[in-house]
Write a protein that binds this ligand. Structure first.
Ligand code: NAP
Length: 461
């Protein structure tokens, strides 16, 4: 017989990005008697919607209206400026909540593992994106925009975002919510050539067609695709059979290759079947050595790249590796270091990959399945996790510990001051008003201390 359901069910959700909001929303919809604390390390909610989605893709950000509705439910509290593992430990959440859902995303990035990668001027796209989006941790990043030639490693949608931002004229970006310092620095940009590097062929590229098409329509940059790099083998065609996006990508790339150059100020090149092998230069990157690849089908039919031993040198004063985000371990929480995810069975955290489930611990989003899919993909993913959570017998919690006041006391004792949703709404209003006069969606506050003033102002009032 299963244990009686706790009422209200106390749940901690760690990380207020899309998957945190979808998990919260699913809990609210499926359980009347629930009380959720949604934590984030930063004072601001929305994770990658605020700090990852490109500033010139503003429409994608309207999803925050739904998240706002989720947070206005009296059964939810947003507690920003609380870092898991430091301000609130694993032990704390086990003591104060019947269940915890980790929705921290994949905050780090993958390395290329090639010589010279440590040279100045080599950054990850993750850092560059966080920088132009005003993430407080990256506001001071040095981005050498004096480079005339930039190499972007990878042909996924993040690579497309950074290549597009670097190719646009600054006036095309100045009306967005891009961080002010980034707009200023991009104004001085000397970039002329941006080259995206795909290690496999055009049929294997990960970008989606809408995003690809946008690259061919840039006012400030000609698109350059080499016809000889668009030849697709029978194996590759077989591997993408019935894949409408990949087939459409090929069509668009062929149109791009046939398009004459118009002499626009910048050029955006998309290359295929080339792998960076070494970053060349002194302290600062000057070029990248590329090896040409051929493609080969594995026994399972997937297509892999194999070096041909033929090399070329691409001049580059800035290299952005855009080869995927990477999940990192949370203190006290199991971690699968091979896949860079929290080991889980459909969202139920396991003590180790293939091991026993941990009572009351769950995971959703990129830290559950790896860094793939668009914002909406996290909705179904979070629902799967919440279904598990609600069907399990959860560990008991002492009545005195199972209240929002007990958590408040604990944080207060540690000198931690959570940034509530009302504080965020005040900051949000300030940012939007600052944007109105400049015809921009908002002007972002990028320093944590400045954000926290919105909580202090209320405390003093
Ligand atoms: P991604 O789609 O997985 O693309 C990663 C790229 O890096 C692939 O081209 C991959 O090539 C390449 N790569 C990996 N290791 C490499 C290596 N050692 N050397 C050279 N190339 C290497 O990842 P992402 O671009 O970071 O995007 C993450 C997710 O966010 C995706 O699902 C994406 O669609 C989504 N996203 C969506 C939007 C949008 O909707 N507008 C915007 C941004 C991001 P292989 O294929 O050969 O491994």
């Amino acid at each position: 017989m299963s244990a009686p359901k706790p009422s209200p069910l106390r749940v901690a959700v760690i990380g207020a990005g899309p998957s945190g909001f979808y998990a919260t929303d699913a809990l609210l919809k499926q359980r009347e008697s629930v009380s959720i604390d949604l934590f984030d390390r930063l004072p601001t909610p929305y994770g990658l919607v605020r700090y990852g989605v490109a500033p010139d893709h503003q429409k994608l950000k309207s999803v925050t209206k739904l998240y706002e509705r989720t947070c206005s439910d009296p059964r939810v509290r947003f507690l920003g400026n609380v870092e898991f593992g430091k301000d609130l430990t694993h032990e704390d959440v086990r003591r104060h909540y019947h269940a915890v859902v980790y929705t921290v995303g994949a905050p780090s990035d993958r390395q290329l593992g090639i010589p010279g990668e440590e040279k100045s001027g080599c950054l990850s796209a993750t850092e560059f994106v966080a920088w132009y989006n005003g993430h407080p941790d990256y506001a001071g990043l040095e981005v050498p925009l004096d480079a005339e030639s930039v190499a972007v490693v990878g042909v996924g949608n993040v690579a497309v975002d950074v290549a597009r931002v670097l190719s646009k004229a600054v006036d095309e970006l100045a009306g967005t919510d891009m961080a002010d310092y980034a707009i200023e620095q991009l104004r001085e940009s000397r970039v002329k050539d941006v080259t995206m590097l795909g290690r496999r062929g055009p049929a294997e590229a990960k970008f989606t067609t809408k995003e690809l098409r946008e690259l061919g329509e840039l006012a400030n940059a000609d698109i350059v695709v080499l016809p000889e790099e668009l030849e697709v083998s029978e194996d590759s065609m077989k591997a993408i059979e019935g894949d409408a996006t990949r087939l459409k990508n090929l069509e668009v790339l062929r149109e791009m290759a046939a398009k004459p150059l118009e002499g626009k100020p910048r050029r955006l090149h998309i290359r295929f079947c080339v792998s960076p092998k070494e970053v060349l230069g002194g302290q600062r990157i000057e070029a990248v050595e590329l090896e040409r690849n051929r493609l080969e089908a594995t026994q399972s039919g997937t297509i892999q790249s194999v070096g041909t031993g033929a090399f070329e040198t691409l001049p580059a004063g800035l290299l952005l590796r855009s080869v995927g985000y990477r999940g990192t371990a949370l203190p006290g929480v199991p971690f699968d270091a091979r896949r860079n995810v929290i080991p889980n069975d459909r969202g139920h955290v396991l003590e180790a990959a293939g091991g026993a489930p941990l009572p009351g611990e769950y995971v959703a989003g990129w830290i559950k399945r790896g860094p793939t899919g668009v914002i909406g993909t996290n909705k179904a993913d979070a629902m799967e996790t919440v279904e598990q959570l609600l069907s399990d017998d959860l560990p008991a919690v002492d009545a005195a510990d199972a209240s929002p006041a007990a958590v408040d006391q604990l944080l207060h004792k540690r000198g931690v001051h959570p940034f509530g949703f009302e504080h965020w709404l005040a900051l949000d209003k300030y940012e939007q008003e600052a944007g109105t006069s400049a015809g921009r969606p908002r002007v972002k506050v990028t320093a944590v201390e400045e954000m926290l003033r919105f909580a202090e102002a209320e405390a003093e009032a």
